[in-house]
Ligand binder design. Sequence first.
Ligand SMILES: O=C(O)c1ccccc1N[C@@H]1O[C@H](COP(=O)(O)O)[C@@H](O)[C@H]1O
Length: 198
Amino acid sequence: MVYVKICGLSEPEHVTTAVEAGADAIGFVMTRSPRRIAPERAAELAALVPAHVLTVGVFRGEDPDTVRAAALASGVRAIQLHGKHPHGDFTALKDLGLRLIRAVDAEADLRCGAYDEDLLLVDAPHAGSGQAWDWAAVRGRASGQWLLAGGLSPSNVTEAIAAAAPWGVDVSSGVETSPGVKDPALIRAFLETARRAG
Ligand SMILES: O=C(O)c1ccccc1N[C@@H]1O[C@H](COP(=O)(O)O)[C@@H](O)[C@H]1O
């Protein structure tokens, strides 16, 4: 069954919707974005998430000390790194028990583990833009535990899974009515459709 991560949540009712609809992972954006929330808010939301669902803090370009402080204050169990986070700098955070998700684009080495990560996220060139891209380009090149992201929505996730054959999928803007505003019906629809397709 395809693994599903719902990202960019900021409201308790949306976290509860995602958990009840069967999300495997839930992401809180703690970097510059319309979806940004403070670590303290992420901690309140993470407290609503049962242990079998992975909580993820999303960062882009921050240094390891900043990521470490936000991750510990929020209590997330994984960090998702976009942008230029040098390889090796986050080993100490893994030693604290945090799982590492590396976000890359389709030009990168797409074998999960190549950058010391536990999960690989293959995203659009402009992360967080919600733009779809040529998902089929990664088919057969990505391997291991890898998530497809970038412009996914309830209406195209079936096509995306058929095109790329990912281990899992990740969505943020495709379950929103406007940037940063999640829609419970779209969250449920995405999970149901992805499960059926996978
Ligand atoms: O959501 C953001 O604004 C964001 C900002 C900085 C880095 C990543 C961001 N989003 C992540 O990108 C993927 C794909 O999102 P989308 O479905 O295309 O909108 C997902 O992991 C988001 O959390």
